[in-house]
Design a protein. Structure first.
Ligand code: SF4
Length: 601
């Protein structure tokens, strides 16, 4: 039935409401191509072009062949990459878009893989190859001149794992419980041996001397249980307690000890891990909504950027940025080498990165270090270390290598000690000793030890820091310090705030790295697209639709036209500087009437 809007008022012809024709089930004689429905400069076209130009050999190599036909990896890759560009991180969301969204339909040629297929492709095929896809996009950015690879800004941020926050396993608890269990095991073995000794006094004595009872791991415990079973086989039949103890060792304590060892292997030097995502480590994050300092299962995401393009990404299990830096840079140099791009000339980072190991790494790789170090800002303010007796406040004679203590004593070099940092980096510590602290009036505040004061100084690190201080305060250093805050920091803001990616969806380090790779590709493509569609230089804001349709030249009823009619074009320029508000509305209307205009001021 044809719907008609009611007419109002007397003049029915002019007041009639007219609707545009709406025929929902109208058939298409010639259906339009999907491409026609997508705007010319749409983001999806860039994703399509970039992936079409890619060499898919690394992904194709992951297919074994045989079996039924499978979806083409190019289509699957396009769906996933565009999903991440479109803030659809879940495979179910992408599956839904493939059925409803015309951009996805066009991109995938109307193919509709389900969420399981998408997820399998992401977590198996892309696991090893996502870095290659990322490197391909990076190579295009270098080719287009968006990335020059001169300056490399690095920063890190913690991103929460999908694991629950109450699934923790603490390393300290594991080692405490393991030690208690080993003690219990030792007591049981001791008791069994003592019972055996009573039965076979002489033979046992000889053997006990030869074989100590110490059991350190599950393997040794298994051997001991087997040995004891043979040894006390005769007594087990009469002694029920002995039998029970041997059974307890085998069925209860041995599996427990094996479980602790497995936990230690999973920890691999970390302080904690999550039961539901063993690769995640409990870390302190800045976005602690409850403010109770609760640790969460996280990964440490390291990004290297230039002009807000991501040059490389790595995911780490350690919360320390300083410890992750060399691994991150190693990976970056590999990525750049894979696309025949030069390595960056300079690297900038915040105070979480300046360490002897990191400075040396950059020096060896001919990259100028603009890394701040802990205490840099204090030095900038001229405050130095808060302890006035700290070695940094003491006079140092570089020529003869000695410090002068606050009482004027020379602290001569006593020893050079080799140590290792937490990351295993070998370092040398110089020990300087005061000559005689006994009876010193400053004793107690300068030095509380019983012997003379000894200070530990890493001279190499001191030199690196001095060099970094000079660099960071040079003109280039000041500029790089300023730029660091608006280069790498906003990228984390885009990912977490604008793109709403606050938590990983996959578990394990490999899964999380794949997700980060897709995120980084999406970020770079989005940035590229913005640059493509934004002319370089200062441009006026886009005109509104009505402004675009307005005729060119002085506007009807404008002051410019009025002055032109009066032959006073030059006076208009002066007049134009005054605000229209200076004139009364009545005067404006009168002026409009004199110029036969409609008062459009
Ligand atoms: S305590 Fe020892 S090192 Fe400190 S000021 Fe006195 S003499 Fe010097």
């Amino acid at each position: 039935m044809k719907e008609q809007a009611p007419t109002k008022g007397k003049n029915k012809r002019h007041n009639q409401v007219t609707f545009k024709p709406y025929v929902q089930n109208q058939g298409w004689l010639l259906p339009p191509s999907l491409s026609e429905l997508i705007p010319e400069h749409h983001m999806v076209r860039l994703v399509n072009d970039v992936i079409d130009g890619m060499d898919l050999e690394p992904i194709l190599n992951t297919y074994e062949g045989g079996g039924s036909s499978t979806y083409h990896p190019r289509m699957m890759l396009k769906a996933l990459v565009y999903g991440y560009v479109d803030k659809r991180y879940s495979s179910r969301d992408i599956e839904q878009a493939l059925q409803e969204n015309v951009c996805y339909m066009w991109l995938c040629g109307m193919q509709k893989p389900d969420h399981n297929t998408l997820n399998r492709f992401r977590s198996s095929r892309l696991k090893q190859t996502v870095k290659t896809v990322f490197a391909h996009v990076l190579a295009l950015l270098v080719e287009q001149g968006y990335v020059r690879l001169e300056e490399y800004y690095v920063d890190g941020s913690k991103l929460e794992s999908v694991a629950g926050r109450y699934t923790y396993v603490w390393a300290k608890n594991v080692s405490r419980h393991k030690a208690a269990l080993l003690e219990k095991i030792a007591r049981i073995i001791e008791h069994i041996e003592a019972v055996n000794e009573q039965a076979e006094a002489e033979a046992t004595k000889k053997k006990a001397e030869a074989e100590p009872l110490a059991v350190g791991d599950s393997e040794a415990l298994q051997e001991t249980i087997e040995r004891l079973n043979e040894k006390v086989a005769d007594q087990v039949a009469q002694n029920k307690k002995l039998k029970k103890q041997l059974e307890k060792l085998q069925t209860e304590h041995l599996p427990k000890l094996q479980a602790y060892e497995e936990q230690e292997a999973l920890l691999a030097g970390r302080n904690s891990y999550s039961k539901t995502d063993p690769d995640a480590t409990f870390m302190r994050t800045k976005d602690d909504h409850l403010g109770d300092g609760q640790l969460k299962p996280c990964y440490n995401l390291q990004l290297g950027t230039e002009d807000q393009f991501i040059i490389n990404y790595t995911v780490h299990q350690t919360p320390s940025d300083m410890a992750a830096f060399t691994d991150h840079m190693d990976d970056t140099l590999q990525v750049l080498a894979s696309i025949d791009a030069p390595r960056p000339k300079r690297a900038g980072g915040d105070a979480g990165y300046g360490s002897e190991e990191n400075y040396e790494y950059l020096e060896q790789n001919q990259i100028e270090a603009y890394l701040k170090y802990p205490g840099f800002h204090q030095e900038q303010k001229g405050k130095g270390h808060k302890n006035p007796f700290h070695y940094t406040h003491l006079y140092y004679n570089a020529e003869h290598d000695y410090y002068v203590c606050p009482m004027g004593q020379h602290m001569e070099l006593q020893q050079v000690k080799e140590e290792k940092t937490k990351t295993g980096y070998p370092t040398k510590v110089h020990l300087y000793r005061a000559q005689r602290c006994e009876g010193c009036p400053l004793r107690g505040i300068c030095h509380r030890g019983k012997t003379d004061r000894i200070i530990k100084v890493n001279q190499r690190n001191v030199q690196y820091r001095r060099q970094a201080y000079q660099r960071l305060n040079s003109l280039r250093g000041i500029r790089m310090r300023q730029k660091r805050g608006i280069d790498t920091e906003p990228v984390f803001g885009h990912i977490k705030q604008d793109r709403h990616f606050r938590r990983f969806l996959l578990t394990t380090l490999a899964g999380v790295s794949t997700e980060t790779g897709l995120l980084a590709i999406a970020h770079n493509l989005k940035k590229w697209w913005v640059k493509l569609n934004k002319p370089v230089g200062k441009v006026p804001p886009p005109a509104t639709r009505s402004a675009q349709m307005a005729p060119k030249g002085p506007k009807t009823g404008s002051w410019q036209l009025f002055f032109e009619k009066m032959g006073l074009e030059k006076l208009f320029l002066t007049f134009d500087q005054f605000s229209m508000n200076l004139l009364s509305p009545r005067f404006k209307v009168a002026l409009a009437r004199t110029t036969s205009m409609n008062g459009d001021f």
